[in-house]
Design a protein around this ligand. Structure first.
Ligand code: SF4
Length: 375
């Protein structure tokens, strides 16, 4: 199966923590859609049409800054160009763009799943994050979603913010869980150098929270969601059974995907595995220049390490058989000894698969790093 990721690089304003590629001038949306349609059509009869497309993901930036008729033209171009066996089409929305008619239009275009960036309901935190929406807009958007035809949707939350108290996070969870969402993505705030937040931290104007506080936030999110029947299936992703995100799962499983639009990443494994990204430049994209970077060729060892990194963050873990057969990778004696020690500590389980336990998942990064280093 293959996936298509479409990057819509427009935002109303820059969120302080965001490291995605976007521009805040939105006047070029129509020109962008025209170029995007040409880019999609340029793949006609290429080797990338050899696999049927099962998932499409509109991410950004802010896809909900597009008009429904523009989304329709993009989807028509994809359907004309690629063989389709669609299981899921996800569309990211920001709460301040959503109204009932917009949701109806997206649904009638065949979008099957919405992803809403709420992050928090606390006005002070929304202001700190420099989000464009208010608490009321986030709640209104959830009410509209609740009444809409969309059964599948996800809500993004960010915890581990500087100064964020557990009580505030608890209030966010209370508000969110009242809507009984089928899927939640909860991320701890990460500080990236080239963001406004990164600069504030560097200058000492913002102090990130202690690790113990972030771990307490994770525990709270985990306990509240699981208590409500929304199970964790990846370190940051929780869903009711049957509502797991298909598109994101394909990243973790090294399925092929094609990224379209400036800043989008692609991965294709057919014979050799290659990864490339589109240059983060709307200007060059609009001029019709080839903005794809040189493809990075990945060795089987690199792929196996990636599979361990991504797979160990998931509930399914990693199968030994798959590591052997698809990646020609087997654990060294030192790795096996390390795994047995962590197993005794209750941090992982070992049968035909290697899986991290609840205790292990909290220190997933450290376990994965140790494991890879010991090969
Ligand atoms: S977090 Fe989303 S809305 Fe905010 S700047 Fe980044 S891409 Fe735009």
């Amino acid at each position: 199966m293959a996936g298509i990721y479409i990057h819509i690089p427009f935002c109303k304003q820059a969120c302080s923590y965001c490291d995605f590629y976007f521009v805040t001038r939105t006047s070029e949306r129509e020109h962008f859609v025209q170029r995007l349609v040409s880019e999609i059509e340029s793949y006609e009869a290429s080797s990338f049409t050899s696999e049927a497309v099962q998932t499409i993901y509109f991410g950004g930036g802010t896809p909900s800054l597009l008009e429904p008729r523009q989304v329709e033209r993009i989807l028509e171009a994809v359907r004309r160009t690629f063989p389709m066996e669609v299981r899921e089409i996800t569309f990211e929305v920001n709460p301040d763009d959503v109204h009932a008619e917009f949701l109806e239009d997206l649904y009638s275009l065949g979008i099957t799943r919405l992803s809403m960036g709420v992050q928090s309901f606390q006005p002070a935190l929304l202001e700190f994050m420099h989000r464009a929406h208010s608490r009321e807009e986030a709640l209104d958007c959830l009410r509209l979603l609740d009444k809409s035809a969309f059964e599948a949707y996800t809500v993004d939350l960010i915890y581990g913010n500087p100064g964020q108290q557990l009580e505030e996070l608890e209030k966010d969870l209370d508000l969110l869980l009242d809507f009984d969402p089928p899927h939640v993505s909860a991320y701890s705030l990460t500080v990236e150098d080239r963001t406004r937040l990164g600069k504030q931290v560097k200058l000492g104007r913002v102090i990130p929270p202690e690790e113990e506080m972030v771990a307490a936030h994770f525990d709270l999110v985990n306990a509240r969601l699981i208590d409500q029947g929304i199970e964790r299936y990846e370190v940051s992703n929780y869903s009711r059974p049957g509502y797991e995100a298909v598109h994101n799962s394909s990243y973790w499983n090294h399925h092929n995907y094609l990224g379209l639009g400036p800043g989008a990443h692609s991965f294709w494994w057919e014979g050799e595995a290659v990864r490339w990204e589109q240059k983060r430049s709307l200007r060059e994209f609009l001029r019709g220049e080839d903005v794809s970077s040189d493809a990075e060729r990945l060795t089987l060892e690199q792929l196996a390490e990636e599979r361990l990194m991504m797979g160990l963050r998931t509930r399914e873990g990693v199968s030994f058989d798959q590591l052997n057969k698809r990646y020609l990778y087997s654990f060294s004696g030192r790795q096996i000894a390390y795994l047995r020690e962590r197993q005794e500590e209750g941090k992982l389980t070992l049968d035909s698969r290697l899986r991290l336990s609840d205790r292990g998942i909290k220190i997933a990064d450290a376990i994965i790093l140790d494991l890879i280093t010991l090969h």
